[in-house]
Ligand binder design. Structure first.
Ligand code: DX5
Ligand code: ZN
Length: 214
């Protein structure tokens, strides 16, 4: 199981240091939650912030776009250092064009689905994708309760495309990661559990252990 700590739960006044700390602490990817106040009722940060923290880690930058019409901003995030770009199928009319734009920029394309969106909506695009992100909370905020009833989506994806990476995001902690691992999840995003822990590095190790024991 790979762990992608979400910097949404980190101390925004010291983003560089926080990214460095989890990089040394055994994180696999850095998860960056971009919100526009339209697609979700919250605003976080954009490409300039991604660019500013890029030098603090050599890990893959996993950018999760929770923005309306993401195609408009793909180049900006690629230039800023995004390695993987997830966008929401609910937010974009030109899904294929957006996937192509991500790939043309040299990043890896991923599609994300909100809890209310059937996973079948991403099926037509599976062979163009590097990953599918199954939200296990309503996007917009950290620290919400894990929705275990999203796991059938993960199982369906793994049946349909065993090679494709599947990520879950929201409510991942020591009590929930085992169920994701059992369903076949490859990468877990973890915000509050990692950055809220007294020792984030230890928490990353404990999460991996809990997933491995599943
Ligand atoms: C929610 C974000 C998540 C969030 C996860 O919209 O996409 O990445 O930060 O936070 P926790 O781990 O606190 O549920
Ligand atoms: Zn996220």
């Amino acid at each position: 199981m790979l762990i992608a700590p979400s910097i949404l739960a980190s101390d925004f006044s010291r983003l560089g240091e926080q990214v460095q700390m989890i990089t040394k602490g055994g994180a696999d990817w850095i998860h960056l939650d971009v919100m526009d106040g339209l697609f979700v009722p919250n605003i976080t940060f954009g490409a300039p912030v991604v660019k500013a923290i890029k030098p603090y880690s050599s890990l893959p930058f996993d950018v999760h776009l929770m923005i309306q019409e993401p195609k408009r901003y793909i180049e900006d995030f690629c230039k800023a250092g995004a390695d993987i770009i997830s966008f929401h199928i609910e937010a974009e009319q030109d899904v294929m064009g957006t996937i192509r734009k991500i790939a043309d920029c040299g990043a890896k394309p991923a599609l994300a689905v909100k809890p209310g969106t059937p996973v079948e909506t991403v099926f037509p695009y599976l062979n163009q994708l590097y990953m599918v992100l199954v939200m296990t909370v309503e996007p917009g905020f950290g620290g919400q309760k894990y929705m275990a009833d999203m796991l059938p989506k993960v199982r369906l994806l793994k049946e349909k495309a065993p090679e494709l990476l599947v990520q879950v995001d929201g409510g991942i902690g020591l009590d929930t990661i085992a169920s994701s691992a059992q369903a076949g999840v490859d990468i877990c995003v973890a915000g509050t559990s990692v950055f809220g822990a007294p020792n984030p590095a230890q928490m990353i190790a404990d999460l991996k252990k809990a997933a491995g024991a599943a």
